[in-house]
Design a protein around this ligand. Structure first.
Ligand SMILES: [Zn+2]
Length: 402
């Protein structure tokens, strides 16, 4: 298992988060069951039971099972290549589809959400002085990417006479788990010798810490061009944040770049008894949970039980961009998707308005053999004019076809 993981890592195939994820899947789910068995004795029925019963029985979700499947299959590929096994025992064992499929219904809901979020969310954010943070969410930037932004994430690029304002996404905020120092992972016990979670290890090798790590995948590194009025909000925030750093209570955590975060915990409030707090967290990274709660609080003000999460805002952004006719290329550049996954993403979000997206191209095609009649401009455009229902052809078309 370890060989597979290290090889894959050396090949540069794995983003940092993926490495941690596989490492933990292997330790938690594969080694406790098969850790003591020679590879040769792993048979199809055993593995089938493992994937169909054991893992779901442990309450593991589809996407986690899928990750275990990838790791084990990869390791067995290595064993087969090296001649340790002659046949691959996992042939015919399928992984559940870990990528959650979005239904037409969900996409519709996101479209609805886009409407009320556009109208109210940023107004709420402004009330609490958090416009910059939530504007960035509305552009589809991931939570960990926003919370990991530093002063130099906002840049102006010049080329000839044009100047563009940009948000550079190159890293993200991560909470790195600590490591046990009490000994090796015990596969039989399914635990470390101390029997505790990392946080409670009796002899910890390292404590959990904050870090800025490379963004999710290479394609996640990107620059998003920002309109001038949004840029103003962002640089105003940056100025306010650098002022906070002059505060004597400013107390950032150690680590490269972490003293230059754009979004952090604010100045301490007074205690209930009116006395100042003894410890200041001013300038420390924002926990994802705090950030989420802020969003829920704002949405709650205008929409009860929206069911939206911070991540939903990214889906809302995708939906709106597609609606606005963004090209595949623009979507990849803005959302930071991998080239491989882009078509799948686009197909999902455009699910129920493919015809509408095709409308422009199709009408050009019709124009080639059946040009639309030139209509004199309306005398007085009545804004209250009732737009005909979609399945009723407009009056002009009816006349022509008669
Ligand atoms: Zn321990």
């Amino acid at each position: 298992m370890a060989t597979w993981l290290e090889t894959k890592n050396d090949d540069g195939d794995l983003a940092w988060q993926s490495y941690r994820m596989y490492d933990s899947r292997i330790r938690q789910h594969i080694l406790p069951v098969f850790g003591d068995e020679p590879v040769r004795t792993l048979t199809y029925p055993k593995l089938r039971t493992f994937f169909k019963d054991t893992l779901p029985g442990k309450g593991l979700g589809d996407s986690s099972i899928r990750q275990v499947h990838i790791a084990l299959k990869g390791a067995l590929n290595v064993a087969q290549r090296d001649g340790i096994i002659l046949a691959h025992p996992m042939v015919g064992i399928k992984a559940p589809d870990g990528r959650k499929k979005r239904t037409t219904e969900e996409v519709k809901e996101l479209r609805q959400a886009a409407k009320y979020l556009n109208r109210y969310l940023l107004a709420e954010a402004e009330k609490i002085g958090e416009s910059a943070r939530w504007l960035l969410a509305m552009v589809g930037i991931r939570q960990s990417e926003v919370l990991g932004m530093t002063d130099d994430s906002l840049v102006t690029r010049r080329s000839g006479n044009t100047r563009t304002r940009r948000v550079v996404i190159s890293h993200q905020l991560a909470r790195v788990a600590g490591e046990h120092g009490c000994g090796e992972w015990d596969a039989k016990l399914g635990a470390f010798p101390c029997g505790r979670k990392t946080r409670g290890c009796t002899n910890p090798k390292s404590e959990a810490y904050w870090a800025l790590v490379k963004t999710k995948s290479e394609s996640g590194v990107r620059e998003i061009v920002i309109p001038e009025h949004v840029w103003q909000v962002l640089v105003t925030h940056r100025a306010a944040q650098s002022k906070l750093r002059q505060d004597p209570l400013f107390n950032p955590v150690a680590g490269e770049g972490l003293d230059k975060l754009l979004f952090t915990v604010g100045p301490p409030t007074l205690r209930k008894d009116g006395n100042p707090r003894t410890k200041s967290y001013l300038g420390q990274p924002r926990y994802g949970q705090r950030d989420r709660e802020q969003l829920y609080g704002m949405i709650e003000a205008f929409k009860k039980d929206s069911g939206l999460t911070v991540h939903s805002l990214r889906h809302v952004a995708t939906t709106m961009l597609i609606e606005a006719g963004a090209s595949r290329e623009s979507l990849v550049a803005t959302m930071g998707w991998s080239e491989k996954g882009a078509d799948q993403q686009i197909a999902t979000y455009s699910h129920n308005d493919r015809a509408k997206r095709a409308a422009g191209d199709v009408s050009v095609f019709f124009d080639m053999f059946h040009p639309a009649p030139v209509v004199a401009p309306h005398q007085n455009d009545d804004p209250t004019e009732v737009v005909p229902d979609d399945d009723e052809p407009p009056a002009s078309l009816q006349t022509v076809s008669r």
